[in-house]
Design a binder for this molecule. Structure first.
Ligand SMILES: CC(C)(COP(=O)(O)OP(=O)(O)OC[C@H]1O[C@@H](n2cnc3c(N)ncnc32)[C@H](O)[C@@H]1OP(=O)(O)O)[C@@H](O)C(=O)NCCC(=O)NCCS
Length: 163
């Protein structure tokens, strides 16, 4: 099934973000839930997918430095999953980064989060590693990026170049 044609993707200003917490509550648990709520409040850019006037998914984006983009969290309401909404949000995120002259985009996912890795893989993201990133950015710089991205043990880092 493909995404519904009536889905629009729009920015959500900080003052309106609390109304999206229910999507995070359906999507994350424990530390991730707590951290995703805090990130929802504070992060520079939140884009939401709206269908028939109702929010059905969201993505939180950050530019780590001039040319590096990061997808912090992406989540789709349970009832709207597997209909292409996640893919629409990710494609929109990639368009945003491309327009901002970002050259590579990272995302971290839990090692066993199959739906999430499948979504990122479908948009050209591949697993990378600290060593691989270090070759390009140097190890100190990479350490700082890992810290900013909050990559924790049990997660894999995914990357895709933007051409
Ligand atoms: C991960 C998530 C955002 C996917 O959203 P979605 O709207 O269901 O994804 P889509 O329908 O756009 O599917 C995108 C691709 O992923 C695949 N996919 C989605 N769910 C899948 C699943 N449960 N198992 C296997 N593949 C899956 C689809 O087949 C599709 O691949 P294709 O284009 O090659 O056919 C959603 O499952 C979710 O909110 N999960 C909880 C939160 C989470 O784990 N977020 C990611 C970490 S931040």
């Amino acid at each position: 099934m493909t995404a519904q044609e009536d889905v629009a993707i729009v920015d959500v200003p900080k003052r309106k973000r609390a109304g999206l917490e229910w999507i995070l509550e359906e999507s994350f648990e424990g530390w991730y839930l707590m951290h995703s709520k805090r990130t929802l409040r504070d992060i520079e850019l939140v884009r939401v997918a709206v269908s028939s006037g109702k929010a059905v998914g969201l993505v939180m984006l950050k530019t780590l430095e001039e040319k590096v983009g990061y997808v912090y969290y992406i989540a789709v309401a349970k009832a709207s999953r597997k209909k292409g909404i996640g893919k629409l949000l990710l494609e929109d995120a990639l368009r945003h980064f491309r327009a901002s002259k970002v050259k590579e985009v990272f995302a971290s996912v839990e090692e066993d989060n199959e739906p999430s890795e499948a979504l990122f893989a479908s948009e050209g993201f591949r697993r990378t590693s600290f060593n691989e990133v270090s070759k390009k950015h140097g190890s100190l710089h990479t350490l700082n990026m890992y810290r900013e991205m909050l990559v924790v043990p049990g997660e894999v880092l995914l990357r895709r170049a933007i051409t």
